[in-house]
Design a protein around this ligand. Sequence first.
Ligand SMILES: [Zn+2]
Length: 269
Amino acid sequence: MRDLVKKITLPGRASYPVNIYLLGEGEDALLIDTGYRETAREVVEQAAGGRISRILITHYHPDHSQAGEAIARETGAEIFAHPEEIPTIKQWFEETEVKTVADGEIIKFAGGEIQVLGTPGHTRGHLAYFWKEEKILFSGDLVVGGSTTWVGPPDGDVRDYLASLDRLKGLEIAQIFPGHGQEIRHPRKKIATLIRHRHMREQQILVHLKRAELTIPELVQEIYPILEERFRLPALLTVAGHLHKLESEGKVEMIPGEENRYRFLGSGD
Ligand SMILES: [Zn+2]
């Protein structure tokens, strides 16, 4: 990794470790995401080589945004996030202001320019940050290393998520530095794999609904026959997210009067 990006991996709580990134050095370093509140001190210590002037948040989830206030108090940094995410981020904070940043904006700093990309899907106001000079995408939870992103209700939207992945194809990305997991050195391949994975899930749901009218738990049972208990709720919400997309496309519907039982409608192919 180039010296201009410092990766700081912090422990998660129940979930995976989270990556945050320090860009540049001197008086004008940028921080992308923050980690949980309890690891704020570690971030400030690890960032000792540069004064963090701005903190760019990818999305409101606490592993990405919660330490913002504590880091800002120590460093004087300003915090930026998408307007959709700000109300929830402010719940973690006592008083610190969060400024808005949105799709299309360019953030200039000592290391060059960061292009802000609106990439909804995992959350409504999810942002990714593209460092143009270095061709590095800081993807937050849009793309994660070694795994797939969780996309489900209430915030997630599979259709938006796929559109956001699609959008990445238009950028000349050399590497992806994700919010979780290892750097991604073959971005095109990874993005194509993620899109394929969603389409595969969708096809599975359609195949089962062509055969029978099923509830969400019944679909989960069909698609994930062996499932650890802790993955049960994510699986239910993932299927619900896909059904929501298929419903909006007129391919399936919830059977009137039968709450949560779905049937196949369209060709779906
Ligand atoms: Zn997240």
